[in-house]
Write a protein that binds this ligand. Structure first.
Ligand code: NAG
Ligand code: ZN
Ligand code: ZN
Length: 309
């Protein structure tokens, strides 16, 4: 009981320190998640900085390229040296995730990077829509509100008259996923101007949800257990794929990922939202195992801004 209380107090304290941007040297042992995930190699890079050289640095470059932070087409970028380009990419990552942008792979940076996440990049062709320092002050609001939602480049969205979208859950979907996906659509429906209905088979659904493994033909392969959990495409493609290799579950279970939480996130992409730098937002890029989340006011403000409603 006393321990629980202390943990709560500790969490609350850390929350306030982090949210008020007070620099604080982390003294507790790092709590690394997903020890057997494809992101595990990042742990071995703790303390690395410009000038370091190792095989894992090349893997880190691939990781940062995959999520939009690094352009490996630049000459000599794809090698094992911690160069200027990598340092710049690490700084951008740090500012997106509200970490002091030192360019050094410190404990806080590694702790964020190893968490399982969505496969959709945070940055598209150098356009960092997630940028934490670009604050959006919503006008018309009585209170001062800072938002961190984002859109895909050129803000693709469903036509204004198309507020009802149909979805098809592919036939080989595990049966325990159907309920969570439906609930996820219901959550978006109750918070926005959209309505959704499920259709079967070849009825030309606007949105299609399925489970896929590794390379599944859309140019964005999955990576086995851990690492990326799912991805979805901007309007009006309408595809949302779960990584079938994850330990999926309906609810809050340590070592497993909540189907509904991930569905709410990916539906956000289907509607046109990019990633948010607010950790409480459903559109935050990463989600640890054993955690459930719901729509956040930042997500809802994002949809209202995108559709002007
Ligand atoms: C990184 O380089 C420093 C010297 O600048 C060295 O002391 C350190 O061991 C290197 N770290 C790794 C992980 O290679
Ligand atoms: Zn995402
Ligand atoms: Zn896919």
């Amino acid at each position: 009981m006393a321990l629980k209380y202390f943990q709560l107090l500790f969490s609350v304290t850390i929350f306030f320190l982090v949210s008020s941007n007070i620099g604080l040297a982390t003294r507790h042992a790092p709590d690394y998640k997903n020890l057997h995930s494809p992101f595990e190699f990042i742990k071995h890079l703790e303390g690395c900085h410009k000038g370091n050289k190792s095989k894992e640095i090349q893997l880190l470059k691939n990781y940062l390229q995959r999520f939009g932070y690094l352009d490996l087409d630049q000459a000599h970028a794809d090698d094992d040296i911690f160069d200027d380009a990598l340092e710049a990419a690490v700084k951008t990552y740090q500012s997106n995730f509200h970490i002091n942008p030192t360019g050094i792979l410190d404990v806080s940076t590694v702790s964020k990077m190893v968490v399982s996440r969505c496969g959709v990049p945070d940055i598209f062709k150098g356009m960092n829509s997630m940028r934490a320092d670009r604050e959006k002050h919503d006008s018309g609001s009585a209170v001062h509100v800072v938002s961190h939602y984002s859109f895909f480049p050129n803000s693709p969205r469903w036509p204004p008259t198309k507020t009802h979208l149909t979805y098809n859950i592919l036939p080989d979907t595990p049966s325990n996923a159907v309920g969570p996906v439906r609930r996820a659509f219901n959550k978006w429906a109750s918070a926005t101007h959209f309505t959704f209905s499920q259709v079967q088979g070849n009825q030309g659904a606007d949105l299609v949800i399925g489970f896929f493994r590794l390379d599944h033909g859309d140019g964005h392969e999955f990576d086995g257990p851990g690492g990326t959990l799912a991805h979805a495409f901007a309007p009006t493609t309408g595809r949302f794929d779960y990584d079938a290799d994850e330990p999926w579950v309906d609810g809050m279970v340590t070592g497993a990922f909540d189907l509904e939480t991930v569905a709410i996130h990916e539906i956000g992409h289907l509607l046109g939202l990019g990633h948010s730098s607010i950790e409480g937002a459903i559109m935050y890029p990463s989600i640890p195992d054993g955690v459930t989340k719901n729509l956040h006011e930042d997500d809802i403000r994002g949809i209202r801004a995108l559709y002007n409603v």
